[in-house]
Design a protein around this ligand. Sequence first.
Ligand SMILES: *Cc1c(COP(=O)(O)O)cnc(C)c1O
Length: 221
Amino acid sequence: MVAKKIKEILDILPDQVKLCAVSKYHPVEMIQQAYDAGQRIFGESHVQELQQKQPILPNDIEWHFIGHLQTNKVKYIAPYISLIHAVDSSRLLKEINKQAIRYNRKINCLLQLHVAEEDTKFGFSPEECLEFLRSGEYKEMSGINISGIMCMATNTDDENRIRTDFRTANNFFEQCKKEFPELTNSMQWRSWGMSDDYKIAIEEGSNIVRIGSYIFGNRTY
Ligand SMILES: *Cc1c(COP(=O)(O)O)cnc(C)c1O
């Protein structure tokens, strides 16, 4: 079942688009099934859960942290995390930098852009994000790479609204590359699109989609 879904998605993803299989709340047996089908990138959004899964699953899994990350928990995942999708404050980025240096690593980070209509979601507004980049703070951080932009669309059935959100993120990504040429090399990921909207996301420039329930079924919390 899981293997079939993975293959189905990989078949339709354009070559340049990566699949992050979102395995939160699903057991390691299902992750192993996806792994056996060739999937290597998995996304989790709770530190404690990831901490339990990571040691018992294959070593060459690329773990992505996709949820809201608390500053005091960065230290637990810093030794192995390969991409943190939802960095939404300079304080969090500083902590990631500190822990990465401690473990002699460079951790790839995406800045989470708030584009959705709801104001409950985390993330930088475009203005805040630009302000942060203009401050140049990140240039002093040798333990991190600013690797791109992540966003979540408004939680709605209105496809036009979803498309507009993704387009805003995509335009922002382009603007950053223009305004901050020193980031051109490191900025490569446009992380948007989940089970219900990944097709629109790809049309609107996404090159890493985060798909959970479509692959693994509904989550039981
Ligand atoms: C849970 C989650 C997903 C996956 O959502 P599905 O609708 O199950 O595909 C993607 N991104 C983030 C940030 C999530 O928390």
